[in-house]
Design a protein around this ligand. Structure first.
Ligand code: SF4
Length: 325
């Protein structure tokens, strides 16, 4: 992993203008991904993880959505200043994507081979023959059984795990420096999930590329990532190395998420939950957004939004009373 910053998101705000009011889906997100690093962006559904990804990719549906402020620096260039055509050429080449549902990216009426060859030709400007050879090589690399036969198949003829291998092959065929993966294994069986995560990690390490891995599962982060940013209600509340955050989580919400991971060694058979619900994004609570659910909340918490404080090397938390040790 390098020290050089590849992606830097600074004070990002993305809002959706609806009849019910302004949904502040992203309200001051900061995060960074270093070269060769796998960063996990973790949090409950509706916390803004996917909208963060869409903002980075320039794919926020507009209307009703709009990026209202902040900067997104990728390889030193501000993505928010790019034209739609410039973003189209960055997507799929320098930044590749994998989504939870491969069928949303694959066309059901074209064979896998045709779709892979088309993407490779588009981004690498090579002949059909050369693109076909590269497609086969990529299917070998993602350890696809019988790649020749797979090229001739339609998406519906492949299992979920095989489709996700195809998506990884397509994403990496254009040699991106950043892979954005949004819940790539959530729809898969646990055993297939582990295989796909390990495969993705191996291929990424081999290429020295970086990943922003969006997930609701801390277990996936522990298995796959180098660093983690924890999101809550449109903001990042804690970030640091996986080692540091798993050893000493400093934000009460991160602690709560960890206690929700099923642990067979725990005596009680009751699965812990964080009390309360995710706040209304139209009328978020004042002060610290977690205060209605936090067991440590004080009057200060309900009035003043906490600033980031450093609690260890590269470990930052937004809390007035961070946990110690
Ligand atoms: Fe809890 Fe207060 Fe920290 Fe928010 S600032 S997480 S309410 S202790």
């Amino acid at each position: 992993m390098g020290e050089k910053l590849l992606l830097q998101v600074e004070d990002l705000h993305t809002y959706f203008y609806t009849l019910q009011g302004v949904i502040k889906a992203i309200d001051g997100v900061n995060l960074c991904v270093r070269e060769g690093e796998i960063l996990g962006l973790v949090g409950e559904s509706g916390c803004g993880k996917s909208v963060t990804a869409l903002s980075i990719l320039g794919l926020v549906p507009s209307p009703p959505g709009r990026v209202e402020g902040g900067r997104i620096l990728f390889e030193g260039e501000d993505l928010l200043a790019k034209t739609p055509a410039e973003m189209r050429s960055i997507r799929g080449s320098r930044i590749a994507m994998i989504f939870q549902e491969p069928m949303s990216s694959l066309n059901p009426v074209f064979r896998i081979g045709d779709q892979m060859i088309e993407v490779i030709k588009l981004h690498k400007k090579v002949s059909t023959g050369s693109a076909r050879i590269q497609a086969l090589e990529m299917l070998h690399e993602v350890r696809m059984p019988d790649p020749e036969a797979v090229l001739a198949k339609y998406p519906f003829q492949l299992s979920g795990g095989m489709l996700q291998r195809v998506m990884i092959a397509i994403a990496l065929s254009c040699e991106p420096s950043l892979l954005l993966a949004d819940e790539p294994t959530t729809a898969l069986d646990v055993t297939v999930q582990a295989q796909i995560l390990n495969l993705m990690k191996d291929l990424i390490r081999k290429r020295n590329a970086a990943v922003l891995l969006i997930t609701h599962a801390l277990g996936v982060v522990a298995q796959t990532c180098d660093a983690v940013s924890v999101m809550y209600a449109g903001t990042v509340v804690e970030s640091g190395s996986v080692e540091s955050i798993f050893r000493s989580p400093a934000h009460p919400y991160t602690r709560g998420l960890m206690e929700c991971i099923p642990d067979p060694s725990r005596k009680s058979d009751k699965l812990k939950i964080i009390p309360g619900t995710v706040p209304d994004p139209v009328n978020p609570p004042p002060g610290c957004r977690f205060h209605p659910r936090c067991y440590k909340a004080t009057a200060t918490c309900s009035q003043i939004r906490p600033d980031p404080v450093r609690v260890g090397p590269g470990h930052v938390v937004c809390c007035h009373y961070p946990e110690e040790g």
